[in-house]
Design a protein around this ligand. Structure first.
Ligand code: UDX
Ligand code: UDX
Length: 465
């Protein structure tokens, strides 16, 4: 057995490849909770690493600054030297991105595993001692096997053990989710060395997570569980959004329906907020992945079932734009519209797959003039809409965004938007003034009293027209 050289006062050397939304916060938490380990995060993107080493971190996540500051330079390090990182570590987390393939077989559906495979090859090339490799990225079931095949392809005396340890953190609550996880899932081979590697990873988490929350399974169940968890969560949102559309037609109120339904202990109250649609880097990608796998095994009905979760989400975004168009006399041309929020949810600057991207693009096609405001996501919004021809402004101040606008469309449930002075906003807008609440976050009856025509999701519109 070959052992990595370790700095004497650290009992373990942990490496993470990929300093993104998952790798960064997860490793920061491990370093914060386990001063006895040395934790290094590497990335091929030098700008990202420079940001992690600076006062302004590359991602916004409540509570992240504090734990990074506490551990950085002590036992948490950010670096671009991937080769040295691999050589010096005994546990390597792989958290590189696995986007949906845009080309070739499975385009638009299957996971693009090129970064994943490159990383495996790089580990193989640089490793001079035994390693435990931990899949952190969400991957199609049986990817660990592909990783193993690459790692076992040459015999240089170095031994690898591949574990699956999917991350369940949600953006915006990442620190809380990492500190008090519902569960930690670790999948391994059921061989002696597989179980030993699993034990080593359990030991890492046991530094702060109660034993009964650390769940161990075989490797394939672990990989599949992550896809299924995301598919079930997304399915709840699509289910309530489908009912929201029905509520709008029947004068029922989706919030009251969700409350009544969620009080059934078997169903539960979480994740039943009707919205303009779900976004984020995971849900769509992971469901597509599940659908692709089902098709691969000839399970076409099963594939269709899960695909419909995404279809409802697409419908929800289209439906929102149609509501705006119909309400505003079937023309948006030349009208100024303020988009309140661009992030895919509150408390993050992340805009990947944000419904706001689709809605902004559609409104621009209708020749509306957009003014976008968001407390954290303006830089990403700018990048997302680059190349879209039309009139778009990006402003920090929501009051300025609203001034002169015909309509406000709320895209993200930022608490800031609840607390605005809507009387002042109403006065500054073109009349009749419209508000389309894509997140049901403002007080609809009060806004109606102020003079707004109010269009919530899944509730009767309050309008004077
Ligand atoms: C993660 C997981 O990897 C993904 O599978 C899961 O479904 C969602 O969360 P995330 O952390 O959000 O992705 O991705 P991103 O923020 O894009 O971070 C990935 C990082 O890996 C980037 O900083 C990128 O530069 C880096 N990377 C990518 C490498 O270091 N090497 C590569 O070969 C490719
Ligand atoms: C999700 C999973 O929650 C997490 O466990 C997994 O590891 C990664 O994917 P994330 O994408 O960060 O996390 O955000 P999440 O809080 O799940 O929200 C996803 C989307 O659903 C957001 O656009 C959100 O606004 C929307 N949503 C959520 C609703 O529209 N209604 C709800 O009731 C809840």
């Amino acid at each position: 057995m070959k052992k990595a050289d370790m700095t004497p006062h650290f009992t373990r050397h942990i490496l993470c490849i990929g300093a993104g939304y998952v790798g960064g916060p997860t490793m920061a938490m491990i370093a914060y909770k386990c001063p006895q380990y040395r934790v290094t995060i590497v990335d091929i993107n030098p700008d990202r690493i420079a940001q992690w080493n600076s006062d302004s971190l590359p991602i916004y996540e409540p509570g992240l600054d504090e734990i990074v500051k506490a551990a950085r330079g002590r036992n948490l390090f950010f670096s671009t030297d991937i080769e040295k990182g691999i050589q010096e570590s005994d546990i390597i987390f792989v958290s590189v991105n696995t986007p949906t393939k845009t080309f070739g077989v499975g385009a638009g559906m299957a996971a693009d595993l090129q970064y994943w495979e490159k990383t495996a090859r790089q580990i193989l090339k640089c490793a001079t001692s035994d390693k435990i490799i931990v899949e952190k990225s969400t991957l199609p079931v049986r990817t660990a096997q592909a990783m193993e095949r690459i790692l076992f392809s040459t015999h240089n005396g170095v031994r690898f053990e591949v574990l699956s340890n999917p991350e369940f953190l949600a953006e915006g609550t990442a620190i809380q989710d990492l500190e008090q996880p519902d569960r930690i899932l670790i999948g391994s081979r059921q061989t002696e060395s597989g179980l030993k590697a699993r034990g080593a990873l359990v030991e890492v988490y046991a530094n702060w997570v109660p034993q009964e929350r650390i769940l161990t399974t075989d490797i394939w169940s672990s990989e599949l569980s992550k896809l299924v968890a995301n598919a079930f969560l997304a399915q709840r949102i699509s289910s309530i959004n489908a009912i929201a559309a029905l509520c709008e037609k029947t004068e029922a109120d989706v919030s009251q329906v969700a409350k009544a339904v969620g009080m059934d202990a078997r169903i539960g109250p979480e994740f039943l907020n009707a919205s303009v649609g779900f976004g984020g880097s995971c849900f769509k990608k992971d469901i597509l992945n599940l659908v692709y796998i089902c098709r691969h095994y000839g399970l076409n009905e099963v594939a269709k079932y899960w695909e419909s979760v995404i279809e409802i989400n697409e419908y929800q975004k289209t439906h929102f734009v149609m509501t705006m168009l119909n309400a505003m006399f079937n023309t948006l041309a030349g009208k100024r519209i303020a988009l309140f929020g661009f992030a895919f949810k509150a408390d993050t600057g992340d805009t990947r797959e944000s419904p706001a991207i689709y809605i902004a693009t559609r409104l621009i096609e209708e020749q509306a003039e957009l003014v976008i405001t968001d407390p954290e996501a303006l830089a990403n919004a700018r990048a997302d809409l680059k190349g879209v021809e039309g009139k778009v402004q990006f402003v920090e101040d929501p009051y300025e965004a609203a001034t002169g606008s015909h309509a406000i469309a709320i895209m993200t449930e930022w608490h800031q938007f609840r607390e605005l002075d809507y009387e002042r906003i109403y006065r500054s807008m073109a009349k009749p003034a419209f508000i389309f609440d894509g997140r049901n976050v403002v007080n609809h009856s009060r806004l109606y009293e102020l003079g707004f025509n109010v269009y919530p999701i899944g509730k009767p519109a309050l309008t004077r027209l």
